[in-house]
Design a binder for this molecule. Sequence first.
Ligand SMILES: [Zn+2]
Ligand SMILES: [Zn+2]
Length: 287
Amino acid sequence: MRLFYEPVTTPCGHTFCLKCLERCLDHNPNCPLCKENLSEYLATRAYNKTLLMEELLQRYFCDELAERQKVHEEEMKELSNLNQEVPIFVCTMAFPTIPCPLHVFEPRYRLMIRRSMETGTKQFGMCVINRFADHGCMLEVRDVKFFPDGRSVVDTIGIACFKVLSHGQRDGYHTAKIEYLEDKKVEGEELTELLKLHDSVYDQALGWFTSLKDDMKNQIISHFGQLPVKDSDPQGNPNGPAWCWWLLAVLPLENKAQLTILAMNALKDRLVAIRRVLIFVTRKRPR
Ligand SMILES: [Zn+2]
Ligand SMILES: [Zn+2]
């Protein structure tokens, strides 16, 4: 049995560890003991510490409390490790630099988001459902809006591509040991070629986007923003230029095709793949 940790008392007068209570409320908004409805309490998130209980614990269980504190700190350290056991949200395709708004209602993901905020990493991995793809994108939380019933809308943005090395589980959600992907850098003649390709595919992308009908264009802009400007150094970011990811997000591609391109670790390959798609969509459109 564990000692109370950060005890809080509900309006119905029952005391729980803050984290244990939150996890119960993820599943239903009632007091775990007397079943009184705690929706309003949950909505305000005014979890006041039970000071008397803390004092009693301090006075009579000082060593146990110190031990409990240590367990908590170790848990936090474990949860903050973004290589070994990264929390994975299995839902949709996400790309570096591209916003990814999420509607969080499943208890396991409520817990995951809360933990990413508590540990301060504000990060978790995103993998598309594909019996959980072997590549994904790390997301960083920019903002969380909680609804009174505990659901939340989480505003995230993609920050880095990764490869899944092994799968795990933690408290109901998926985790993975991951390796971050990085584009292979090229030099000399290869670089000259790459810059030429980069320029020409960008022009092609711009041509395609400007040729779209206005309502289509506006829809894309409202979801993903404008086509990012061309990078002066396309190798400046470990995952390459932002505009490539923007295109991958907006082009009419299946997840499988998007994943193939996400997994590439050479900018040249990604540009060639994007060019192929651009040629396809430009041809297909009736004139
Ligand atoms: Zn507890
Ligand atoms: Zn109660």
